[in-house]
Design a protein around this ligand. Structure first.
Ligand code: ADP
Ligand code: MG
Length: 684
């Protein structure tokens, strides 16, 4: 019996080279090895009659070798073993390239399981390089469900499989169970040993599902416990206690009435800030739901109390835009608003910093320059940030060291279903603005294929001639992308449009550009100097260009619904009638129905519910926008029920044992602490 921390090198068959190859996959210890879950599975459990094997698919057959295998050299360094195998239904020609040992392993008159891809050539069935096992000893690589692992060079499936098998055999017994027994029973989850065995080597799909469910639950449960205990910890932290102020004085100054949802969110946040504890609240609301206004109300509340606020934006342009809007909302009340960004001149910066230190400003808006070392605040009560800037631990302590313990308000424009929000943002209190201000125009949305290209180009021309601007979004081309999928790359597409519309200014913006160049291009678009902006998803973040009226998304099937919704939110922000065109040549019914949802509804929450239903939460977890640790769950695919249960159970547990102090929760507490440690930079 070996220890879970034993290096993989200890295993039979794992020499120095293979150990290094495993290290490359993040596998160092035996525990890492057995936690290295398969990427997918191949069903080799069903034996198919030769005559019934479909062409081009991997099948498992059981057949007798009908003649003596023949070895021949085709050319230098290339040899070939050929044989014929038969079953009751027919025969197949089997060939092995450069596996001369097959000649000695396979014997005439004996039966084997073969797994390989069945091909038809000249009216005959054939199979090249199948894996095989004698029938009496079958059950390792044929006749069962076989795991498929991620590989690195120097490893093949068989060697990983054998290593995992050994790993399980020598340490499964010592594997501790992090789930409390009563939770496991109540949720009808498999035991940890069963789960680890069957996620690798399931005898059938039922066992696999039981294993998968248990592991997903555990991961989400540990995460929920971590978030939940942070939440508990924080809500005990003492914060600046504000005096309640009648908010109607602020609302009355507006040219319109706040929505019920805005009032509710502001009310909840104001209550936090007057409670004496530190606020950590997320305001979630669709694009255009009026989050900035809600923030403005709270900034005003702080100013009425004699405190200042800081508003952090992810880019210079956004800082500028927020500066403009917030100044116009707040200066009528005499609030003093300043701006601090990296690109400002040294003199200007010095001036602002001096004002901050002396407490001469009520609101400062800026990029992360706001938290550089030499900035000092006087009487800072509120920090408003974008969801992309959920603070890491380091930033948080930088903030705290800047005096006081400011309240934190995070704003998110990504509507996500409640269940998921509770997991992803479990450490924050959540307010939802689920209502748009009255009189919003709907963005007309259409899903089209390539046959509309000419009309689409005509439509671009028409919009630009009317003085409008156009966004075109192309999917990010991944470096490891298979070459046979034809994707529009932003740069190529921009060149084409540029040739097509020589009288217009076309520009391209993509992830590999320097931040400064991106900002410059974006500013030129905001200023109206560019008519057509071709981009990868970098424009998702909330830049406001009221004159843009047309959003075209190329290869729209490559985007998640929530992402498409974010993109669509870039238009329809001014008084002009706006359109969103989703271009895709993929005519699978699944894609069509997804894109159709976009055409039918403009409600971000509804769309994200659909996204969750259709694609599972993997996409939400996978997008890594939330600052959470990377999870296996995204690979395994969780379902909504498991998500909900894990959340409920973690809450129940923390209520009965808030610090996870009980001895039976020790393993769980260790896991929660590991999660903190491993993620102390990004995970707040
Ligand atoms: P978000 O930040 O949620 O995308 P904003 O706060 O930028 O939304 O608001 C979008 C637009 O709607 C702004 O022009 C804002 O002035 C306007 N707005 C906000 N609240 C209301 C309201 N209650 N009634 C009418 N217009 C509103
Ligand atoms: Mg906004």
């Amino acid at each position: 019996m070996a220890d879970l921390n034993t290096p993989v090198r200890y295993l039979k068959g794992i020499g120095e080279k293979k150990a290094l190859a495993l290290n490359k996959l993040g596998v160092f210890s035996l525990y890492d090895l057995i936690s290295f879950f398969p990427r997918k599975y191949e069903d080799r459990s069903r034996i198919c009659p030769i005559a019934a094997a479909p062409e081009g698919e991997g099948v498992c057959i059981r057949a007798m070798v009908a003649d003596v295998p023949r070895l021949s050299r085709i050319r230098l360094g290339m040899d070939l073993v050929k044989l014929r195998a038969v079953d009751d239904s027919g025969s197949v020609d089997i060939t092995f390239f450069n596996q001369s040992y097959a000649k000695d392993n396979l014997h005439r008159g004996e039966s084997y399981n073969f797994f390989g891809r069945m091909e038809f050539k000249g009216g005959r069935r054939c199979m090249a390089n199948p894996v095989y096992e004698p029938v009496e000893r079958a059950g390792q690589v044929t006749g069962r469900i076989v795991p498929v692992y991620r590989l690195s060079s120097g490893l093949n499936q068989r060697s990983i499989m054998q290593a995992v098998r050994q790993g399980l055999d020598c340490c499964l017994e010592t594997l501790p169970d992090a789930l409390p027994e009563d939770v496991r029973r109540r949720c009808r989850l498999a035991q940890v040993r069963y789960a680890y065995e069957n996620i690798h080597f399931p005898p059938d799909f039922e066992a696999l599902e039981l294993a998968r469910r248990r592991l997903i639950f555990e991961e989400l449960f540990v995460l929920s416990c971590a978030l939940g205990s942070m939440h508990r910890q924080r809500s005990r932290d003492e914060g600046i206690r504000l005096r309640p102020v009648d908010m109607d004085r602020f609302w009355a100054s507006l040219p319109f009435r706040p929505t019920q949802a805005q009032l509710r969110a502001v009310g909840q946040a104001a209550e936090d800030m007057c409670s004496g504890a530190v606020m950590n609240r997320l305001i979630q609301g669709d694009v255009g739901s009026g989050k900035t206004l809600a923030a403005a109300a709270l900034i005003w509340l702080c100013a009425e109390n004699g405190y200042m606020s800081a508003f952090m934006a992810p880019t210079e342009i956004l800082a500028q835009q927020h500066y403009d809007t917030l100044s116009s909302m707040l200066s009528p009340f005499g609030l003093r608003v300043g701006k601090l960004t990296g690109s400002m001149g040294a003199r200007e910066k010095r001036l602002i910093k001096a004002q901050l230190q002396k407490g001469e400003l009520d609101l400062i808006i800026g990029t992360h320059a706001l938290f550089s070392q030499d900035v000092e605040y006087s009487k800072l009560a509120l920090v408003v940030t974008d969801e992309q800037h959920r603070f890491g631990v380091n930033q948080r302590s930088a903030l705290i060291s800047k005096g006081g313990r400011p309240h934190v308000l995070v704003m998110s424009a990504t509507p996500i279903p409640r269940t998921l929000a509770l997991i992803i943002y479990g450490d924050l209190d959540i307010s939802v603005i689920d209502q748009l201000p009255p009189g919003r125009q709907k963005v007309d949305t259409f899903a089209v294929d390539e046959s509309y290209r000419a009309r689409l180009n005509g439509f671009i021309r028409k919009q630009v001639q009317e003085g409008r601007q156009v966004f075109v979004v192309c999917p990010m081309v991944e470096e490891n992308e298979e070459l046979n999928i034809k994707l529009k790359s932003a740069q190529e597409h921009a060149a084409q449009l540029s040739a097509l519309f020589p009288d217009m200014k076309v520009a391209c913006i993509h992830g590999k550009m320097k931040a400064k160049d991106k900002d410059d291009t974006m500013s030129a678009f905001v200023a109206g100097d560019i008519q057509i902006l071709v981009a990868t998803t970098v424009i998702e973040v909330g830049v406001d260009v009221p004159n843009a009226s047309l959003m075209i998304v190329e290869n729209a099937d490559r985007f998640g619904l929530s992402q498409l919704h974010q993109l669509r939110g870039r238009v329809g922000r001014g008084q002009h009638k706006s359109y969103c065109i989703l271009v895709s040549d993929n005519d699978s019914p699944e894609v069509k129905s997804r894109l159709n949802i976009m055409c039918k509804t403009g409600d971000g929450f509804k769309i994200s519910e659909e996204d969750l239903r259709l694609r599972g939460p993997g996409d939400f977890f996978g997008s890594r926008q939330h600052g959470l640790p990377e999870m296996h769950v995204a690979d395994l695919g969780a379902d909504v029920n498991v998500l909900q249960q894990a959340q409920e159970e973690s809450r129940r547990l923390l209520e009965s044992d808030p610090g996870l102090q009980l001895p039976e929760h020790r393993i769980l507490r260790d896991k929660v602490e590991q999660l903190y440690k491993a993620n102390s930079a990004g995970f707040n």
